[in-house]
Design a protein around this ligand. Structure first.
Ligand code: DGT
Ligand code: CA
Ligand code: CA
Ligand code: ZN
Length: 577
């Protein structure tokens, strides 16, 4: 898939144009990049289907951008980008991608301090040159340093939302190789961890050579680390990111044992091995063996667990967080499934920063089989996201209500993602809030407040009687922004008591709240909402990552408010239907 590559080039073009002080164009490029990276369809396929015209059907892609996409598909390059790069000093791209620095500041660092890349920047910070620059200061220098550290540590792991589609593509290719029998992903990807270090794939086949040949020759491979009959490893490129992928070809009789072993995690495995030893057995990636060395299980993963007296459990639970004990005692949770979800309670349209119209979002939700949805465009303080003033809110209400009447398949609620401002007030007055079906609230500013300040601010916000959902409750962006400080126990206590749902935001770099907090919230009696927070029709599919996170947090159907049939759902939020 070339989607990620094209998106990444469009982002870079936007950055360069911004430095060159070109108006509007950067916004257009970024918008297109965002939709392209979240398309579920291969952009090359779209092009093959209907050429430029079909490309122009992608929201945010006009004729000019469609031509650039065509050029990339045909030549692997975009000449405009090649030209722009030549106009840019080398290394500046790395600076621009440091969160919080942005093109303008990066360019000043380059011009005034001759900083040409990350290592120059680190040197300059170590002697406090950056702090002395006008408009920077020591606070800003500190923040840049923190962001730098995040970038450096963050680069190593890949978001589940990025790795998962890649793994699906590889698996689908390998499945087509002649003689392939069983194939599964293992490792952190199978456990659906929010980020993965590498992709692990296990295969059984008549012969391993044809598989390994196809594997190392895939177009995304930029480096072959190892190629052998039982194991190969490569580095893949996807957009600006690289990720390692390992493939192992196994004997059928050991497939289950290998799947158990390579799924992990390591701590879970250590515990399982301890149980095997206690029973007088030996457990490794080839099978379970008795005292005489006879293999007594290994072909199937379920049997491996069963023979050790631990009934099989879903991979999402295997983090050594009490799952083995729960399984032995027959107390495993009955995990929520993606197919249990009946609705989506957080999404954006063109009324704020979304790429699609109200009608397009409703249609897409119908196609996904949702029974109910809530449209939640941003409130007025979110100026960068084109938040709605009160005037526009009223017009939006009208449009959504009339569109809602036209859909027979999905019940459409009208809502807004309303900012909790810095003093804890909501961004609209009650007069407006009461006209909405759903008031979803969130924090989008002043992330650096103390724990007391932030907890106070949020609880004040939640004390408004119209609030129904608290969105992306910790505000973190994986690799880019730490969660803000907040008293999570107090938050959950309040939410449980007021029947305010806590969100599991499914955007791959949010995953907010995370698995550990999900478990905690459930223990506190909180109801959760798995939302896509979609900014385009394709992003509605993000809920699969939120559902994965919920499963990692031991959530059952009853814990997730948008699995409820419409009637019970409405009852929880005290609607009269
Ligand atoms: P990652 O790739 O860092 O996101 O995490 P994993 O869990 O996929 O780890 P990876 O790819 O290094 O290894 C895959 C699985 O293999 C891991 O979850 C457990 C198993 N494994 C690897 N090394 C060891 C080990 O030294 N001891 C045991 N018991 N299991 C191991
Ligand atoms: Ca792995
Ligand atoms: Ca691995
Ligand atoms: Zn949102």
């Amino acid at each position: 898939m070339k989607n990620a590559d094209i998106a990444s080039i469009f982002y870079s073009i936007a950055d360069i144009l911004e430095i060159q002080k070109v108006q509007w164009k950067p916004i257009a490029y970024r918008k297109a990049a965002r939709t392209i990276e979240s398309l579920s369809e291969d952009i090359e396929e779209i092009y093959k289907k209907g050429g430029l015209k079909e490309l122009m059907e992608i929201p945010g892609v006009g004729e000019a951008l469609a031509k650039k996409i065509e050029e990339f598909i045909k030549t692997g390059k975009i000449s405009e980008y090649e030209k722009l790069k030549k106009e840019m000093p080398a290394g500046l791209g790395d600076l621009v991608s440091i969160p919080g620095l942005g093109p303008k500041k990066a360019y000043r660092l380059f011009k005034e301090l001759k900083i040409k890349g990350i290592s120059d920047l680190e040197k300059a910070i170590s002697v406090h040159k950056v702090a002395k620059l006008e408009g920077f200061g020591s606070k800003s220098e500190e923040n840049i340093l923190k962001a730098l550290q995040l970038v450096k540590t963050g680069k190593e792991r890949t978001l589940l939302g990025v790795a998962f589609p890649i793994s699906e593509l590889i698996v689908s290719r390998l499945k087509k190789v002649k003689g392939v029998q069983r194939i599964e992903t293992a490792g952190s990807l199978r456990r659906r961890a929010e980020t993965v270090g590498d992709i692990d794939i296990l295969v059984t086949a008549e012969k391993s050579e044809p598989i390994m040949d196809v594997f190392v020759k895939m177009p995304e491979v930029i480096q072959v680390l190892a190629k052998g009959p039982t194991k190969s490893a490569v580095i893949l490129k996807s957009g600006s990111q690289t990720i390692q992928c390992d493939v192992r070809v196994l004997e059928d009789k050991s497939f289950g044992a290998a799947l158990q072993y390579f799924t992990g995690n390591k701590d879970h495995n250590i515990e399982m091995r301890r149980i095997a030893i206690k029973k007088g057995y030996k457990l490794n990636e080839y099978g379970v063996f008795d005292k005489k060395g006879k293999m007594i299980a290994g072909k199937n993963e379920e049997d491996v667990y069963k023979i050790l007296g631990v009934p099989w459990m879903p991979p999402e639970l295997r983090e050594n967080r009490g799952e083995i004990d729960a399984s032995v005692k027959g107390k495993l949770p009955d995990l929520v499934k993606l197919s249990d979800l009946k609705g989506d309670l957080h999404m954006h349209t063109k009324w704020s920063d979304g790429a699609n119209s109200v009608q397009e979002m409703i249609k897409a939700a119908e196609n996904l089989g949702h029974e109910y949805i809530v449209l939640t465009d941003h409130s007025k303080s979110e100026r960068v996201a084109n938040g709605m003033t009160e005037d526009r809110l009223l017009k939006y209400l009208k449009e959504v209500r009339s569109a809602a009447k036209q859909s027979k398949k999905v019940k459409v609620f009208v809502g807004s993602e309303v900012d909790i401002t810095s003093n804890g007030e909501l961004d609209y007055s009650d007069e407006y809030l009461k006209q909405l079906d759903f008031v979803n609230v969130s924090i989008h500013s002043r992330f650096k407040a103390t724990k007391e300040e932030m907890t106070d601010r949020v609880l004040t916000g939640l004390s408004n009687r119209y609030v129904k959902i608290f969105c992306h409750p910790t505000g973190r962006l994986i690799h880019r922004r730490e969660p803000y400080a907040i008293d999570i126990d107090k938050l959950f206590e309040e939410a449980a008591q007021k029947k305010i749902a806590i969100e599991i935001d499914s955007i791959p770099d949010r995953m907010d709240i995370n698995d550990l907090y999900i478990k905690k919230a459930i223990e506190a009696g909180v109801k959760l909402a798995i939302d896509s927070d979609a900014h385009s029709i394709d992003q509605l599919r993000y809920i699969k990552y939120g559902a994965a996170m919920a499963r990692r947090g031991w959530a059952e159907k009853k814990d997730i408010i948008n699995t409820y049939p419409l009637k019970e759902f409405a009852k929880f939020f005290s609607f009269k239907m």
